[in-house]
Design a protein around this ligand. Structure first.
Ligand SMILES: [Zn+2]
Length: 439
């Protein structure tokens, strides 16, 4: 404790550190200096600490910000545009034609609206794959959110960059522009083994390794994908990536619904990380990812919402609730994916999945200050026997009142301070009108 004031002192909250020891402080406080957490302890012990700004958590919960390991933020533009359709029909007749009309500004507007929704429901970091990713990075910076962004790479001409060669050039430029950025990390993001030729996958992998950044890819999302890959290469998608030599600890595989027992062992052997997206998998009728088996094998699994066109929201509180319940009903076993496990998926394991666990994912001295305050003085959160249960099974994103990212207060009292949310909604409504009038 020093007399130099800290920048922010959050006090009077139940602090869920979600550190590896799962430490909890009943009446706790967190001190922040610059972008870092400098102290965590009892409110009474920390109170003499002078602070430039004091946030009174008033009996609420203070916890690390949630981490969305897979989304397509700008797809908020297509939320509810076309639902309840077979996957290929949905993509070919609705999503792909709408995406062909995108540009930098539209993606920026869609991504900024997504940032509003994510911040307001307690998410502080998201991992994105889309077109015009520079616009997504700019939206994240404007919003003050932490983001891992990557331009989607595939074999056919992109509505953004055209031929794949340009996609790699664009990715290299992003890597250069955002190198060392405090909020934005650039990843290399080949779409999937079915939309990327082997040469694209190996080149993407080499680029990711050279820069020490994640490679993010959709993998084994459906049984149809597995059938396609078996037909093309005589291998499962996971076997195919292994044969190409592109499995490694910095690979984040999204979905992983249709896996064999051997695939699970392979993912473990290479320490590949998995993003679980239960609501999207349910809505598109893709199936149920074998998450309990992946975890039993020791695979790190984070949680993601996928894009707003296939969810249709970006609220990780709802996703936690769904994840916890989906596996219970599938296995007819209420003990699988307990609340503590699901909470870890949405925080520290999400950070590990993105290669950021030394910086975020838990409230620990020295880590970057990404944390949220939840107001528990609400009928649906009373009484409070077990905070983890309450957060996973009863809380809603709208219970989050304060959000701090990288030491900056981006939301306070339920109001976003970094940009005009009304304007963001109006901008997206204008773009939606254009999409509708196109017919
Ligand atoms: Zn996706």
């Amino acid at each position: 404790m020093t007399d130099t004031p800290v920048d922010i002192l959050i006090r009077n909250g139940q602090v869920l550190t979600l550190n590896p020891q799962q430490e909890m402080i009943a009446d706790g406080a967190v001190a922040i200096r610059g972008d870092r957490i400098t102290a965590v302890g009892e409110s009474a012990a920390m109170d003499p600490q002078p602070a430039r700004k004091v946030i009174d958590a008033r009996g609420g919960i203070v916890m690390p910000g949630l981490i969305n390991t897979h989304t397509h933020a700008a797809m908020t533009l297509f939320r509810g545009l076309a639902d309840d359709l077979p996957l290929m029909n949905w993509l070919d007749d609705h999503i792909f034609p709408a995406e062909a009309t995108l540009d930098h500004r539209k993606v920026y507007c869609g991504a900024l609206l997504a940032c509003a929704e994510m911040i307001m429901s307690g998410t502080t970091t998201f991992c994105d794959m889309y077109l015009f990713e520079d616009a997504v990075a700019q939206a994240a910076q404007q919003a003050g959110m932490r983001a891992v962004v990557g331009e989607v790479l595939f074999d056919f001409p992109s509505p953004h960059y055209g031929p794949i060669e340009e996609g790699f050039a664009y990715t290299e430029k992003l890597l250069e522009v955002y190198h060392g950025d405090p909020l934005v990390t650039v990843a290399v993001e080949p779409h999937s083994p079915y939309l990327c030729a082997p040469a694209v996958l190996t080149r993407a992998y080499d680029l990711a390794q050279r820069h020490g950044v994640p490679m993010v890819i959709h993998l084994s999302e459906t049984a149809a994908e597995v059938a396609t890959l078996r037909q093309r290469y005589g291998l499962t998608p996971v076997e195919h990536l292994e044969a190409l030599g592109v499995l490694a600890p910095n690979v984040l595989a999204c979905h992983c619904v249709a896996l064999t027992a051997e695939d699970i062992q392979r993912l473990k052997r290479y320490d590949v990380k998995v993003s679980h997206n239960p609501e999207s998998n349910m809505k598109l009728a893709s199936g149920i990812a074998p998450v309990p088996q992946l975890m039993a094998a020791g695979v790190c699994v984070g949680l993601g919402t996928d894009g707003a066109a296939s969810n249709n929201n970006l609220d990780l509180f709802l996703e936690m609730d769904t994840a916890a319940k989906l596996h219970k009903v599938q296995r007819l076993d209420p003990t699988v994916l307990d609340a503590d496990t699901v909470l870890r998926m949405a925080t520290l394991d999400g950070a590990r999945a993105l290669g950021l666990s030394d910086r975020i994912g838990s409230i620990e001295t020295g880590k970057q200050a990404d944390l949220i305050v939840i107001d528990t003085r609400r009928p649906h959160l009373v009484p409070m026997y077990h905070p983890a249960s309450q957060l996973v099974y009863a809380a809603k994103g709208s219970d989050v009142t304060t959000v701090i990212i990288n030491g900056r207060v981006v939301m306070e009292g339920g109001r976003i301070l970094t940009f005009d949310v009304e304007q963001a909604m109006a901008d997206v409504n204008r773009i939606a009108a254009l999409i509708t009038s196109r017919g």
